[in-house]
Design a binder for this molecule. Structure first.
Ligand SMILES: Nc1nc2c(ncn2[C@@H]2O[C@H](COP(=O)(O)OP(=O)(O)O[C@H]3O[C@H](CO)[C@@H](O)[C@H](O)[C@@H]3O)[C@@H](O)[C@H]2O)c(=O)[nH]1
Length: 249
């Protein structure tokens, strides 16, 4: 049976993590979980460790010394997953904004339907966000439109953080070259998968804002995304021109 692991980055998720583990491990299909914790002051990592005995050989923890952003946590998790031979590698938030039951739909979109990347998409059919303030819904939706427009890519939810990757996608993308850490990380991963011509499918999901704990979103993360998108587009156009020139002469 192919091996699948859900990478869950955590920073101060003590109120969510135990219930999340229980939910994922009660699904019909077996998923392993790798929690990547950045030394959460609330003791999230300790709770994970206390659960090792309950979920032997399917619960893992990467402890990092400090909070260096969601993107870097995912990169560390992806490298771990590749080293440990996983065929399918997921991104999922710890706070239930992503419904763990949808893991199976994302998995099927890759495993059964043959896609390389399945994105749990809030915007593929209207706007499927519950409990976010209108300002955040608008910001997120506009951000997706902005990215589609600037990058010229055919993906509705470019900042989505609920994803299934086939192993070969993460092998192909040079993980050491990912430069963004916040929402721009999500955009950069999708852009690189898109440029590499992987088969990408958006699976409609409902994103429900967390009821416990706090979002780590900041103005720095937003401006990284706004300017990062332009930088990524510029770099890709420049690289394409350089490539065309060298292949001509
Ligand atoms: N290890 C680690 N985890 C982090 C860090 N920052 C955030 N996390 C974890 O990453 C997950 C998402 O963080 P939130 O702060 O709850 O994200 P959000 O603002 O709700 O953003 C969500 O939606 C965005 C698009 O609208 C997505 O781009 C983003 O990835 C996420 O899914 C949570 O499990 C949180 O604990 C960090 O620096 N380090």
């Amino acid at each position: 049976m192919s091996k699948a692991v859900v990478v869950v980055p955590t920073y101060n998720e003590i109120e969510n993590i135990e219930r999340l583990l229980r939910t994922v491990f009660s699904l019909q299909r077996e998923f392993h979980v790798l929690v990547v914790d950045d030394n959460s002051p609330d003791g999230t990592a300790t709770v994970v460790e206390e659960n090792f005995k309950t979920y032997p050989e399917k619960l893992f923890l990467l402890k990092r010394a400090e909070k260096t952003g969601l993107g870097t946590a995912y990169i560390a998790g992806f490298k771990w997953a590749l080293q440990h031979g996983y065929d399918y590698i997921f991104e999922m938030d710890a706070d239930f904004s992503h419904n763990p039951n949808d893991l199976i739909r994302l998995f099927n979109a890759c495993h059964k339907e043959g896609n390389d990347v399945a994105i749990g998409s809030r915007y593929v059919k209207g706007v499927n966000v519950v409990n976010w303030p209108m300002s955040r819904v608008l910001m997120s939706w506009l951000a997706s439109k902005y990215v589609q427009f600037v990058m010229g890519i055919d993906i509705y939810d470019t900042t989505a953080g609920f994803i299934c990757y086939r192993r070969r996608v993460l092998e192909k993308i040079n993980l050491d070259n990912i430069r963004f850490v916040g929402y721009a990380f999500q955009i950069e991963m999708k852009f690189k998968a898109y440029l590499s011509k992987f088969k990408i499918k958006e699976v409609p999901v409902i994103f429900t804002d967390r009821t416990k704990g706090e979002s780590k979103m900041s103005s720095g993360i937003i401006s990284e995304a706004i300017f990062g998108v332009i930088a990524m587009k510029f770099k890709s156009v420049f690289n394409k021109k350089r490539f065309n020139k060298t292949s001509f002469h």
